[in-house]
Ligand binder design. Structure first.
Ligand code: GDP
Length: 464
Protein backbone atom coordinates (compact mmCIF):
# COMPACT_ATOMS: atom_id res chain seq x y z
CA UNK A 1 0.00 0.00 0.00
CA UNK A 2 2.84 2.35 1.00
CA UNK A 3 4.60 1.57 -2.32
CA UNK A 4 1.49 2.43 -4.33
CA UNK A 5 1.10 5.64 -2.38
CA UNK A 6 4.71 6.60 -3.07
CA UNK A 7 4.31 5.88 -6.75
CA UNK A 8 1.13 7.94 -6.98
CA UNK A 9 2.86 10.75 -5.08
CA UNK A 10 5.79 10.67 -7.49
CA UNK A 11 3.50 10.83 -10.53
CA UNK A 12 1.47 13.61 -9.00
CA UNK A 13 4.66 15.51 -8.20
CA UNK A 14 5.99 15.16 -11.69
CA UNK A 15 2.71 16.21 -13.25
CA UNK A 16 2.11 19.15 -10.95
CA UNK A 17 5.54 20.68 -10.57
CA UNK A 18 5.51 24.04 -12.10
CA UNK A 19 7.99 25.98 -14.18
CA UNK A 20 8.31 29.66 -14.62
CA UNK A 21 10.70 31.75 -16.68
CA UNK A 22 11.38 35.15 -15.24
CA UNK A 23 13.35 37.49 -17.49
CA UNK A 24 15.34 40.39 -16.13
CA UNK A 25 16.35 43.17 -18.47
CA UNK A 26 17.40 46.82 -18.54
CA UNK A 27 19.94 48.94 -20.35
CA UNK A 28 23.63 48.59 -19.41
CA UNK A 29 24.32 49.52 -15.80
CA UNK A 30 20.62 49.61 -14.94
CA UNK A 31 21.43 47.10 -12.20
CA UNK A 32 20.55 43.67 -13.66
CA UNK A 33 23.51 41.79 -12.20
CA UNK A 34 23.02 43.30 -8.74
CA UNK A 35 19.28 42.57 -8.91
CA UNK A 36 19.64 38.92 -9.89
CA UNK A 37 22.38 38.33 -7.34
CA UNK A 38 20.21 39.77 -4.59
CA UNK A 39 17.04 38.01 -5.75
CA UNK A 40 18.79 34.63 -5.68
CA UNK A 41 20.35 35.44 -2.34
CA UNK A 42 17.00 36.39 -0.79
CA UNK A 43 15.35 33.23 -2.11
CA UNK A 44 18.17 30.96 -0.97
CA UNK A 45 17.60 32.33 2.53
CA UNK A 46 13.83 32.22 2.14
CA UNK A 47 13.03 29.60 4.79
CA UNK A 48 14.38 31.90 7.48
CA UNK A 49 14.73 35.29 5.79
CA UNK A 50 13.45 38.15 7.97
CA UNK A 51 14.06 40.65 5.18
CA UNK A 52 10.99 39.70 3.10
CA UNK A 53 7.92 41.06 4.92
CA UNK A 54 6.23 42.15 1.67
CA UNK A 55 6.58 38.71 0.06
CA UNK A 56 3.54 36.83 1.38
CA UNK A 57 4.76 33.24 0.80
CA UNK A 58 7.89 33.98 2.87
CA UNK A 59 6.09 35.98 5.54
CA UNK A 60 3.33 33.39 6.00
CA UNK A 61 5.74 30.48 5.99
CA UNK A 62 4.42 28.78 2.82
CA UNK A 63 7.80 29.07 1.15
CA UNK A 64 9.87 26.33 2.75
CA UNK A 65 13.16 26.95 1.03
CA UNK A 66 15.06 27.25 -2.23
CA UNK A 67 18.15 25.75 -3.76
CA UNK A 68 20.10 26.01 -6.96
CA UNK A 69 19.63 23.18 -9.46
CA UNK A 70 21.18 22.61 -12.92
CA UNK A 71 19.61 24.84 -15.53
CA UNK A 72 17.40 23.47 -18.30
CA UNK A 73 18.89 25.23 -21.34
CA UNK A 74 22.39 23.83 -21.63
CA UNK A 75 23.54 26.12 -24.44
CA UNK A 76 22.92 29.35 -22.47
CA UNK A 77 25.81 30.62 -20.26
CA UNK A 78 25.09 30.31 -16.53
CA UNK A 79 24.57 33.38 -14.39
CA UNK A 80 27.63 33.61 -12.13
CA UNK A 81 26.02 33.97 -8.70
CA UNK A 82 29.13 32.83 -6.81
CA UNK A 83 31.30 35.51 -8.38
CA UNK A 84 28.77 38.17 -7.38
CA UNK A 85 28.49 37.02 -3.77
CA UNK A 86 32.24 36.67 -3.50
CA UNK A 87 32.72 40.30 -4.62
CA UNK A 88 30.02 41.57 -2.26
CA UNK A 89 31.46 39.70 0.70
CA UNK A 90 35.11 40.59 0.01
CA UNK A 91 36.95 43.10 2.08
CA UNK A 92 36.42 45.81 0.99
CA UNK A 93 33.18 44.74 -0.67
CA UNK A 94 32.76 45.45 -4.38
CA UNK A 95 29.94 45.24 -6.91
CA UNK A 96 29.53 42.08 -8.99
CA UNK A 97 31.03 42.22 -12.50
CA UNK A 98 28.11 42.98 -14.84
CA UNK A 99 26.89 40.38 -17.32
CA UNK A 100 27.03 41.42 -20.98
CA UNK A 101 25.22 38.59 -22.67
CA UNK A 102 22.23 36.38 -22.05
CA UNK A 103 22.64 34.16 -18.99
CA UNK A 104 20.44 31.91 -16.94
CA UNK A 105 20.12 30.20 -13.56
CA UNK A 106 17.52 27.79 -12.14
CA UNK A 107 16.18 27.67 -8.59
CA UNK A 108 13.97 25.01 -7.09
CA UNK A 109 11.44 26.56 -4.70
CA UNK A 110 9.69 24.21 -2.25
CA UNK A 111 6.43 25.49 -0.86
CA UNK A 112 3.29 24.42 0.93
CA UNK A 113 0.29 24.93 -1.36
CA UNK A 114 -2.42 26.87 0.46
CA UNK A 115 -5.21 26.65 -2.07
CA UNK A 116 -6.18 25.31 -5.48
CA UNK A 117 -5.87 21.73 -6.79
CA UNK A 118 -2.32 21.29 -5.44
CA UNK A 119 -3.54 21.70 -1.87
CA UNK A 120 -5.77 18.62 -2.20
CA UNK A 121 -3.11 16.46 -3.78
CA UNK A 122 0.11 17.18 -1.96
CA UNK A 123 1.66 18.68 1.15
CA UNK A 124 4.58 20.30 -0.58
CA UNK A 125 5.00 21.43 -4.15
CA UNK A 126 7.89 22.65 -6.30
CA UNK A 127 8.24 25.65 -8.52
CA UNK A 128 11.25 25.63 -10.84
CA UNK A 129 12.20 29.21 -11.40
CA UNK A 130 14.42 30.02 -14.38
CA UNK A 131 15.89 33.49 -14.10
CA UNK A 132 17.08 34.78 -17.47
CA UNK A 133 19.16 37.89 -17.85
CA UNK A 134 19.50 39.67 -21.19
CA UNK A 135 20.67 43.17 -22.23
CA UNK A 136 17.86 45.68 -22.80
CA UNK A 137 19.85 47.02 -25.75
CA UNK A 138 18.78 43.92 -27.69
CA UNK A 139 15.15 45.08 -27.49
CA UNK A 140 16.11 48.31 -29.22
CA UNK A 141 16.49 46.25 -32.39
CA UNK A 142 12.83 45.31 -32.72
CA UNK A 143 11.96 48.20 -35.10
CA UNK A 144 14.58 46.91 -37.53
CA UNK A 145 12.26 44.03 -38.39
CA UNK A 146 9.84 46.41 -40.05
CA UNK A 147 12.48 48.57 -41.79
CA UNK A 148 14.44 47.95 -44.98
CA UNK A 149 18.16 48.70 -45.00
CA UNK A 150 17.48 51.97 -46.84
CA UNK A 151 14.78 53.00 -44.36
CA UNK A 152 16.99 52.12 -41.41
CA UNK A 153 19.84 54.14 -42.94
CA UNK A 154 17.54 57.15 -43.31
CA UNK A 155 16.54 56.84 -39.65
CA UNK A 156 20.19 56.78 -38.58
CA UNK A 157 20.91 59.79 -40.78
CA UNK A 158 18.11 61.73 -39.08
CA UNK A 159 19.67 61.37 -35.61
CA UNK A 160 23.19 62.38 -36.61
CA UNK A 161 22.94 65.85 -35.12
CA UNK A 162 24.61 67.70 -32.24
CA UNK A 163 26.63 65.48 -29.92
CA UNK A 164 26.01 62.35 -31.97
CA UNK A 165 27.41 64.03 -35.07
CA UNK A 166 30.54 65.06 -33.14
CA UNK A 167 31.04 61.51 -31.87
CA UNK A 168 30.55 60.07 -35.37
CA UNK A 169 32.96 62.51 -37.00
CA UNK A 170 35.77 60.15 -37.88
CA UNK A 171 33.44 57.55 -39.33
CA UNK A 172 31.49 60.23 -41.25
CA UNK A 173 34.69 61.72 -42.69
CA UNK A 174 35.97 58.36 -43.87
CA UNK A 175 32.71 57.31 -45.51
CA UNK A 176 32.05 60.69 -47.13
CA UNK A 177 34.17 59.82 -50.17
CA UNK A 178 32.96 56.26 -50.40
CA UNK A 179 31.36 54.96 -53.59
CA UNK A 180 28.60 52.66 -52.35
CA UNK A 181 28.14 51.21 -55.84
CA UNK A 182 31.80 50.23 -56.23
CA UNK A 183 33.00 46.70 -55.56
CA UNK A 184 33.11 45.84 -51.84
CA UNK A 185 36.49 45.51 -50.18
CA UNK A 186 36.43 43.25 -47.12
CA UNK A 187 39.26 45.07 -45.28
CA UNK A 188 37.71 48.45 -45.85
CA UNK A 189 34.34 47.19 -44.55
CA UNK A 190 35.95 45.83 -41.41
CA UNK A 191 37.68 49.13 -40.77
CA UNK A 192 34.61 51.31 -41.38
CA UNK A 193 32.26 49.06 -39.40
CA UNK A 194 34.81 49.25 -36.59
CA UNK A 195 34.57 53.05 -36.68
CA UNK A 196 30.77 52.89 -36.69
CA UNK A 197 30.82 50.51 -33.70
CA UNK A 198 33.24 52.85 -31.93
CA UNK A 199 30.81 55.72 -32.47
CA UNK A 200 28.00 53.66 -30.88
CA UNK A 201 30.21 52.84 -27.90
CA UNK A 202 31.10 56.53 -27.50
CA UNK A 203 27.39 57.42 -27.50
CA UNK A 204 26.97 55.18 -24.47
CA UNK A 205 30.23 55.67 -22.64
CA UNK A 206 31.08 59.31 -23.32
CA UNK A 207 27.69 60.94 -23.82
CA UNK A 208 25.60 58.75 -21.49
CA UNK A 209 23.19 58.04 -24.38
CA UNK A 210 21.21 54.82 -24.51
CA UNK A 211 19.50 54.62 -27.88
CA UNK A 212 21.99 52.78 -30.08
CA UNK A 213 21.26 50.60 -33.07
CA UNK A 214 22.04 47.86 -33.88
CA UNK A 215 22.06 46.85 -30.20
CA UNK A 216 24.37 43.87 -30.75
CA UNK A 217 27.13 46.15 -32.00
CA UNK A 218 27.71 47.32 -28.42
CA UNK A 219 26.74 44.06 -26.68
CA UNK A 220 27.54 41.37 -29.24
CA UNK A 221 27.17 38.27 -27.05
CA UNK A 222 27.89 35.12 -29.06
CA UNK A 223 28.28 37.14 -32.31
CA UNK A 224 31.46 38.98 -31.27
CA UNK A 225 33.79 39.20 -34.26
CA UNK A 226 31.26 37.73 -36.75
CA UNK A 227 30.78 39.49 -40.14
CA UNK A 228 27.06 39.86 -39.39
CA UNK A 229 28.11 42.68 -37.05
CA UNK A 230 30.17 44.35 -39.78
CA UNK A 231 27.97 46.78 -41.64
CA UNK A 232 26.93 50.42 -41.30
CA UNK A 233 24.11 52.65 -42.58
CA UNK A 234 24.45 54.68 -45.77
CA UNK A 235 24.14 58.23 -44.66
CA UNK A 236 24.65 59.90 -48.03
CA UNK A 237 21.35 61.10 -49.47
CA UNK A 238 22.91 61.57 -52.91
CA UNK A 239 22.11 58.08 -54.15
CA UNK A 240 18.78 57.77 -55.93
CA UNK A 241 16.41 54.89 -55.25
CA UNK A 242 16.82 53.59 -58.79
CA UNK A 243 20.63 53.64 -58.50
CA UNK A 244 20.37 51.64 -55.28
CA UNK A 245 17.85 49.15 -56.63
CA UNK A 246 20.10 48.38 -59.60
CA UNK A 247 23.31 48.22 -57.51
CA UNK A 248 25.56 45.36 -58.67
CA UNK A 249 25.46 42.32 -56.34
CA UNK A 250 29.16 42.66 -55.48
CA UNK A 251 28.84 46.37 -54.59
CA UNK A 252 29.40 47.80 -51.15
CA UNK A 253 25.72 48.76 -50.95
CA UNK A 254 24.52 45.23 -51.80
CA UNK A 255 26.86 43.70 -49.26
CA UNK A 256 25.75 46.11 -46.50
CA UNK A 257 22.11 45.39 -47.32
CA UNK A 258 22.74 41.64 -47.28
CA UNK A 259 24.37 41.79 -43.85
CA UNK A 260 21.63 44.01 -42.48
CA UNK A 261 18.96 41.56 -43.74
CA UNK A 262 20.91 38.66 -42.25
CA UNK A 263 21.19 40.54 -38.94
CA UNK A 264 17.39 41.06 -38.83
CA UNK A 265 16.56 37.53 -39.90
CA UNK A 266 19.04 35.62 -37.74
CA UNK A 267 20.20 37.81 -34.88
CA UNK A 268 17.08 39.85 -34.04
CA UNK A 269 14.45 37.23 -34.87
CA UNK A 270 16.40 34.42 -33.21
CA UNK A 271 16.54 36.36 -29.98
CA UNK A 272 12.76 36.85 -29.95
CA UNK A 273 12.14 33.25 -30.95
CA UNK A 274 14.63 31.58 -28.64
CA UNK A 275 14.46 33.76 -25.57
CA UNK A 276 11.72 36.34 -25.54
CA UNK A 277 8.85 34.06 -26.56
CA UNK A 278 9.68 31.64 -23.72
CA UNK A 279 9.34 34.25 -20.96
CA UNK A 280 6.38 34.13 -18.50
CA UNK A 281 7.13 37.21 -16.43
CA UNK A 282 9.41 40.16 -17.04
CA UNK A 283 11.08 42.78 -14.91
CA UNK A 284 12.55 45.83 -16.63
CA UNK A 285 15.10 47.71 -14.53
CA UNK A 286 15.53 51.42 -15.13
CA UNK A 287 18.24 53.62 -13.68
CA UNK A 288 16.49 57.00 -13.69
CA UNK A 289 19.07 58.62 -11.42
CA UNK A 290 22.16 58.49 -13.63
CA UNK A 291 20.45 60.39 -16.50
CA UNK A 292 19.05 62.91 -13.99
CA UNK A 293 22.61 63.50 -12.94
CA UNK A 294 24.00 63.61 -16.47
CA UNK A 295 21.61 66.24 -17.87
CA UNK A 296 18.68 66.76 -20.25
CA UNK A 297 20.22 65.11 -23.36
CA UNK A 298 20.98 61.92 -21.49
CA UNK A 299 17.58 61.95 -19.79
CA UNK A 300 15.60 62.49 -23.01
CA UNK A 301 17.63 59.87 -24.78
CA UNK A 302 16.94 57.39 -21.98
CA UNK A 303 13.25 58.18 -22.28
CA UNK A 304 13.36 57.52 -26.01
CA UNK A 305 15.25 54.25 -25.49
CA UNK A 306 12.72 53.18 -22.89
CA UNK A 307 9.81 53.92 -25.21
CA UNK A 308 11.51 51.88 -27.88
CA UNK A 309 12.13 49.06 -25.47
CA UNK A 310 8.47 49.06 -24.47
CA UNK A 311 7.46 48.28 -28.06
CA UNK A 312 8.51 44.70 -27.43
CA UNK A 313 5.68 44.32 -24.91
CA UNK A 314 3.08 45.95 -27.07
CA UNK A 315 2.31 42.78 -28.87
CA UNK A 316 -1.50 42.97 -28.96
CA UNK A 317 -3.59 40.76 -31.17
CA UNK A 318 -2.12 41.72 -34.49
CA UNK A 319 1.26 43.21 -33.60
CA UNK A 320 4.42 42.14 -35.39
CA UNK A 321 5.61 40.20 -32.35
CA UNK A 322 2.37 38.27 -31.99
CA UNK A 323 2.48 37.28 -35.64
CA UNK A 324 6.08 36.17 -35.47
CA UNK A 325 6.54 34.55 -32.08
CA UNK A 326 3.40 34.41 -29.89
CA UNK A 327 4.91 35.79 -26.69
CA UNK A 328 3.22 34.86 -23.41
CA UNK A 329 4.35 37.43 -20.85
CA UNK A 330 1.37 38.25 -18.59
CA UNK A 331 3.04 40.53 -16.04
CA UNK A 332 5.72 43.19 -16.32
CA UNK A 333 7.27 44.99 -13.45
CA UNK A 334 9.12 48.25 -14.09
CA UNK A 335 11.58 48.99 -11.34
CA UNK A 336 13.47 52.22 -10.69
CA UNK A 337 16.72 50.83 -9.31
CA UNK A 338 19.33 52.14 -6.85
CA UNK A 339 16.69 53.77 -4.61
CA UNK A 340 19.29 53.82 -1.83
CA UNK A 341 20.97 56.67 -3.75
CA UNK A 342 18.20 58.97 -2.56
CA UNK A 343 16.64 59.55 0.86
CA UNK A 344 13.50 57.51 1.66
CA UNK A 345 11.24 60.59 1.40
CA UNK A 346 12.15 60.73 -2.31
CA UNK A 347 11.15 57.14 -3.10
CA UNK A 348 7.53 58.01 -4.01
CA UNK A 349 8.88 60.59 -6.48
CA UNK A 350 11.11 57.97 -8.02
CA UNK A 351 8.10 55.74 -8.72
CA UNK A 352 6.04 58.60 -10.03
CA UNK A 353 8.86 59.70 -12.36
CA UNK A 354 9.14 56.16 -13.70
CA UNK A 355 5.37 56.01 -14.24
CA UNK A 356 5.57 59.23 -16.24
CA UNK A 357 8.42 57.88 -18.30
CA UNK A 358 6.47 54.86 -19.44
CA UNK A 359 3.02 56.41 -19.31
CA UNK A 360 2.05 56.09 -22.95
CA UNK A 361 3.20 52.56 -23.49
CA UNK A 362 1.72 51.59 -20.14
CA UNK A 363 -1.72 52.67 -21.24
CA UNK A 364 -1.57 50.79 -24.50
CA UNK A 365 -0.25 47.60 -22.96
CA UNK A 366 -2.87 47.69 -20.22
CA UNK A 367 -5.50 47.36 -22.95
CA UNK A 368 -3.85 44.22 -24.18
CA UNK A 369 -4.32 42.29 -20.97
CA UNK A 370 -0.74 42.45 -19.64
CA UNK A 371 -0.61 43.45 -16.04
CA UNK A 372 1.96 46.14 -15.24
CA UNK A 373 3.25 47.72 -12.10
CA UNK A 374 5.97 50.22 -11.12
CA UNK A 375 8.16 50.05 -8.05
CA UNK A 376 11.32 51.67 -6.75
CA UNK A 377 13.90 49.38 -5.17
CA UNK A 378 17.47 48.88 -4.23
CA UNK A 379 18.76 45.41 -4.99
CA UNK A 380 21.67 45.76 -2.61
CA UNK A 381 21.34 48.60 -0.17
CA UNK A 382 24.64 50.48 0.03
CA UNK A 383 23.57 53.44 2.20
CA UNK A 384 21.63 54.00 5.39
CA UNK A 385 19.24 56.87 6.00
CA UNK A 386 20.38 59.53 8.47
CA UNK A 387 20.03 63.28 9.11
CA UNK A 388 22.15 66.40 8.56
CA UNK A 389 21.84 69.83 10.13
CA UNK A 390 21.72 72.55 7.55
CA UNK A 391 21.31 76.22 8.61
CA UNK A 392 19.56 75.20 11.80
CA UNK A 393 17.27 72.74 10.02
CA UNK A 394 17.44 68.95 10.27
CA UNK A 395 17.36 67.41 6.80
CA UNK A 396 17.19 63.77 5.71
CA UNK A 397 20.53 62.42 4.50
CA UNK A 398 22.34 59.27 3.42
CA UNK A 399 25.30 57.65 5.10
CA UNK A 400 27.60 55.37 3.13
CA UNK A 401 31.11 54.73 1.87
CA UNK A 402 32.04 56.04 -1.55
CA UNK A 403 33.77 53.72 -4.02
CA UNK A 404 37.00 55.58 -3.19
CA UNK A 405 36.68 54.39 0.43
CA UNK A 406 35.71 57.81 1.82
CA UNK A 407 32.90 57.80 4.42
CA UNK A 408 30.12 60.18 3.40
CA UNK A 409 27.02 61.77 4.89
CA UNK A 410 25.13 63.68 2.23
CA UNK A 411 21.83 64.92 0.90
CA UNK A 412 21.74 63.98 -2.79
CA UNK A 413 18.78 66.23 -3.65
CA UNK A 414 15.20 65.90 -4.74
CA UNK A 415 13.95 63.58 -7.44
CA UNK A 416 11.36 65.33 -9.61
CA UNK A 417 7.99 63.59 -9.41
CA UNK A 418 7.22 64.60 -13.00
CA UNK A 419 9.32 64.73 -16.15
CA UNK A 420 11.87 67.44 -15.38
CA UNK A 421 11.48 70.80 -17.10
CA UNK A 422 13.85 73.70 -17.76
CA UNK A 423 13.87 74.88 -14.15
CA UNK A 424 15.08 71.52 -12.84
CA UNK A 425 17.97 71.42 -15.28
CA UNK A 426 18.91 75.01 -14.57
CA UNK A 427 19.06 74.47 -10.83
CA UNK A 428 20.98 71.18 -11.30
CA UNK A 429 19.64 70.11 -7.94
CA UNK A 430 20.76 66.54 -7.92
CA UNK A 431 24.04 64.97 -6.92
CA UNK A 432 24.54 61.28 -7.43
CA UNK A 433 27.56 59.43 -6.03
CA UNK A 434 28.63 55.81 -6.43
CA UNK A 435 28.63 53.97 -3.12
CA UNK A 436 30.44 50.82 -2.19
CA UNK A 437 28.23 47.92 -0.97
CA UNK A 438 28.06 47.66 2.83
CA UNK A 439 30.07 44.87 4.48
CA UNK A 440 28.06 42.10 6.12
CA UNK A 441 28.25 38.49 7.30
CA UNK A 442 28.11 35.95 4.48
CA UNK A 443 25.47 33.81 6.17
CA UNK A 444 22.93 36.65 6.28
CA UNK A 445 20.75 37.77 3.38
CA UNK A 446 21.88 40.92 1.56
CA UNK A 447 20.28 44.19 2.68
CA UNK A 448 17.84 45.55 0.11
CA UNK A 449 14.91 47.91 -0.34
CA UNK A 450 11.65 46.41 -1.66
CA UNK A 451 13.04 43.36 -3.46
CA UNK A 452 10.30 41.58 -1.49
CA UNK A 453 7.69 43.80 -3.14
CA UNK A 454 9.07 42.82 -6.54
CA UNK A 455 9.05 39.14 -5.54
CA UNK A 456 5.43 39.41 -4.44
CA UNK A 457 4.34 40.85 -7.78
CA UNK A 458 6.40 38.47 -9.89
CA UNK A 459 6.06 35.21 -7.92
CA UNK A 460 3.49 35.61 -5.15
CA UNK A 461 0.55 34.09 -7.06
CA UNK A 462 2.67 31.19 -8.34
CA UNK A 463 3.37 29.91 -4.84
CA UNK A 464 -0.23 29.45 -3.66
P1 GDP B 1 23.96 45.79 -15.30
O1 GDP B 1 24.90 46.31 -16.34
O2 GDP B 1 22.53 46.14 -15.64
O3 GDP B 1 24.13 44.33 -14.98
O4 GDP B 1 24.26 46.64 -13.96
P2 GDP B 1 24.93 46.18 -12.58
O5 GDP B 1 24.03 45.31 -11.81
O6 GDP B 1 26.30 45.70 -12.84
O7 GDP B 1 24.96 47.59 -11.84
C1 GDP B 1 25.79 48.64 -12.30
C2 GDP B 1 26.27 49.44 -11.14
O8 GDP B 1 25.17 50.11 -10.52
C3 GDP B 1 26.88 48.62 -10.01
O9 GDP B 1 28.24 48.35 -10.25
C4 GDP B 1 26.69 49.53 -8.81
O10 GDP B 1 27.66 50.55 -8.79
C5 GDP B 1 25.36 50.19 -9.11
N1 GDP B 1 24.21 49.51 -8.44
C6 GDP B 1 23.44 48.48 -8.90
N2 GDP B 1 22.45 48.20 -8.02
C7 GDP B 1 22.60 49.05 -6.99
C8 GDP B 1 21.89 49.27 -5.75
O11 GDP B 1 20.89 48.61 -5.42
N3 GDP B 1 22.37 50.27 -4.96
C9 GDP B 1 23.46 51.03 -5.29
N4 GDP B 1 23.85 51.98 -4.44
N5 GDP B 1 24.13 50.86 -6.42
C10 GDP B 1 23.72 49.89 -7.26
Amino acid sequence: MEKVKNKVNKLVNRGLDRHMRLAVTGLSRAGKTAFITSLINQLLHSGTNPRLPLFTPAREGQLLGARRVPQGQLHIPSFDYDQGIHALRSSPPSWPVPTRDVSEIRLELRYRPESGPLRLLKDTATLYLDIVDYPGEWLLDLPLLSMSFVEWSAKQRSVLNGRRRELAEQWLTEISELDMLAEADERQIKHLSGLYTEYLHKCKDEAGLHWVQPGRFVLPGEYAGAPVLEFFPIVSDKLSESALSSAPPNSLFSLMKKRYDYYCEHVVKDFYKEHFSQVDRQIVLVDTLQPLNAGPDSFNDMRQALEQLMQSFRYGKSGLLRRLFSPRIDRILFAATKADHVTPDQHPNLVSLLQQLIHEAWQTAAFEGIDMECVSLSSIQATEPGNVDHKGETLPALRGTLESGEAMLMYPGEVPARLPGESFWQSQGFEFRQFRPMPGPSDEPLPHIRIDKALQYLLGDKLK
